[in-house]
Each structure stands twice: as C-alpha cells, then as structure tokens.
Ligand binder design. Structure first.
Ligand SMILES: Cc1cc2nc3c(=O)[nH]c(=O)nc-3n(C[C@H](O)[C@H](O)[C@H](O)COP(=O)(O)O)c2cc1C
Length: 163
C-alpha cells in the first residue's frame, strides 16, 4: 500500500491488457458510478474515490486472501489461464453455496513480488489472480450493488435454430 501510494507501478507475473477502452471502459465507468452512488461518494471527491481503489488493493479488507497460481512450465499456454479461471469460478461458487462471501479480485496481485514473498510462493509458480473471502456484510452498501447484465442477444450467435 505504501509503495502504491508513493507511485510505484504494479509488478505482475502475468501480462495484462492496459487501460480499458470503448465499451469495456463504459462498463467500468458504469459500475463505478453505481458503487460510488451507493457509497455516497461524490464525483469530485477524489480522496474518497482513491480510497475506494485502495480498498481493492487491500482485498476489500477480507480476512482471507486466496492466491491462484499455475506451474511456470505451462507458460505461455493460454489453456492454463483458462483452466485456472474455471477453478477460480468453482471456488467462488462453492464458497457462496456455503454462505461465505467470495470475489475474484485481480487487484490483489498487482504487486505479485510482495505477494510471493508474504505467501512464500516458489518461483516455479506464476501468480495469476486473487480471491477475497469472508463472511458477507450485507449492511455494507456496496455489497447490495448489482452490475448490469448484457442481454444474451447482444453477444450470442445462434446457428441452426431458425425454426
Ligand atoms: C476475473 C475477475 C477479476 C476481477 N477483478 C476485480 C478487481 O481487481 N477489482 C474489483 O473491484 N473487482 C474485481 N472483480 C469484480 C468483483 O469480483 C465482483 O464484485 C464480483 O465479480 C461480483 O460482481 P458481478 O456480479 O458484477 O460480477 C473481478 C471479477 C472477475 C470475474
């Protein structure tokens, strides 16, 4: 946290896509507006907006932080990224099914070098993403925000179902 506030750039093992643009950026802005509105954070309140971003870097203050990694020998295969995503999704659903809150949080591994040191992760493992876990706090306003869903017809192509 100290280094991020001092302006040190993220250091991840994985390659990322840079800032969102176009419709991806629109979705990011849309969910930010919803969250800030629920939290009572004004548009020009840069300190509170920054505080919200920091919260993500703190794994939303959750008591448990899972770090998902894969064997470096599988690089640069895209399949291992996909497979680990499937595992992460399974973990998140299984947790909620047992009443435990869980959210995937890419921000949690922004400083993978520090995560590696703190969690004692060997160099042969690539740090991919994080999952924040804990008892859900329904009284926390942001937890009741629901992101918009794109209608299926906007992105699913149906073939062979004309009749
Ligand atoms: C792969 C992935 C990475 C994410 N990374 C972040 C993140 O870095 N910061 C954040 O605030 N939310 C992040 N999220 C969003 C939260 O996990 C989100 O609250 C959760 O997916 C439930 O909300 P949803 O129904 O809108 O997906 C991420 C979600 C996914 C699926």
């Amino acid at each position: 946290m100290d280094e991020m506030e001092a302006g040190v750039k993220p250091k991840r093992d994985i390659v990322t896509h840079g800032p969102y643009e176009g419709e991806h950026r629109e979705r990011q802005v849309n969910i930010a507006k919803k969250l800030f509105s629920a939290m009572g954070i004004e548009r020009h309140d840069s300190e509170m907006r920054q505080d919200w971003v920091r919260r993500g870097f703190r794994q939303f203050d959750a008591p448990i932080s899972l770090i998902l990694t894969y064997d470096r020998i599988l690089d640069p295969g895209t399949t291992c990224h996909f497979d680990l995503g499937a595992l992460g999704y399974g973990i998140v659903l299984a947790a909620w099914n047992r009443g435990i809150g869980a959210v995937t949080n890419g921000q949690g591994i922004s400083r993978s070098d520090i995560v590696r040191e703190v969690a004692g992760i060997p160099d042969e493992e690539v740090i991919m993403t994080a999952i924040a876990m804990g008892w859900p706090d329904d009284s926390f306003a942001a937890n009741n925000v629901r992101s918009d869903r794109e209608p299926n017809d906007n992105f699913v192509r149906y073939v062979g179902f004309e009749d």
